[in-house]
Design a protein around this ligand. Structure first.
Ligand code: ZN
Length: 265
């Protein structure tokens, strides 16, 4: 089977295990079915902006051309840095977009990825956001009516919890004994009163199971900026990484908009 087209970050269904779908051109491929199969990817040396479709030599903010990167609301400063979002003051590259995406319920969450991490997401992106980050477990920490407030809470917590995920540790990490409920309680005590009113009373812990198994003590990354061709036997998927028996992983999200030829044997 051969497919050709631009790829996008994988869509997911939250099931046990997570179901993954890769968009390539017009096709949508159920990746779980390919576990155990040999996949050969070839980068056709073309990147198309995921917003306007223009050819771009370099991808900005995971898939945009430079023009879109500097003009679209999807790549505005508040997307990457929620605490800098100003749409609640009426300041945004596109207020209509902001009404749908920034001035909506957000969660501050705690997740176990490579370590305990704090993050911010639109409420409707739960649990997609956690899956994309490769989290094994997550808990809602606070719920806010717009993005900037969630960013403020995250900034406060960053002094106590990382907001980063180390991809290698995430892919190699086994079960963790971090207790999310007690971490939430510990961190909740750090919030000043004006922010503690947003603490979430929802203490459910979401556990995420990823498809496939592997037992590596080390792993490396292959990406299309370095090697035009990537091939191996798919044995697992976690986050947005395809994991191959040969001991490496490829981050699909990093290649949003890349034109790829994919062969399955
Ligand atoms: Zn563009």
């Amino acid at each position: 089977m051969q497919y050709t087209g631009n790829i996008l970050k994988m869509d997911t269904d939250f099931a046990k295990p997570v179901q993954y779908y890769l968009h390539i051109g017009q096709e949508k491929i159920h990746m779980n079915e390919l576990i155990g199969r040999k996949i050969h990817f070839k980068f056709l040396n073309e990147i198309n902006c995921i917003a306007c479709g223009a050819k771009t030599n370099k991808s900005f903010h995971q898939g945009y051309c430079y023009t879109c990167f500097t003009s679209l609301p999807q790549t505005d400063v508040g997307v990457l840095h929620p605490e800098k979002d100003r749409s609640h003051e009426g300041i945004s590259r596109d207020m209509e977009w902001a009404k749908q995406n920034s001035l909506v319920d957000h969660y501050v969450y705690l997740a176990i990825t490579s370590n305990l991490k704090v993050g911010v997401t639109k409420a409707r992106q739960v649990p997609t956001r956690w899956i994309d980050q490769g989290a094994s477990k997550a808990i809602r920490f606070a719920k806010t009516p717009y993005r900037k407030l969630a960013g403020d809470i995250e900034v406060l917590l960053k002094d106590h919890v990382s907001d980063k995920t180390q991809w290698k540790q995430m892919l190699l990490s086994g079960p963790s004994d971090i207790n999310l409920k007690s971490e939430k309680k510990r961190l909740a005590a750090l919030l000043p009163e004006e922010l503690s009113q947003y603490l979430s009373i929802d203490n459910r812990i979401t556990e995420i199971m990823y498809p496939g198994t592997y037992d590596f003590s080390k792993i490396y990354q292959q990406h299309f900026d370095d090697s035009e061709e990537i091939s191996g036997d798919l044995i697992a998927i976690r986050g947005q990484y395809l994991i191959f028996r040969q001991g490496f992983a490829t981050n699909i999200r990093r290649h949003n908009g890349y034109k790829i030829e994919m062969n399955i044997s």
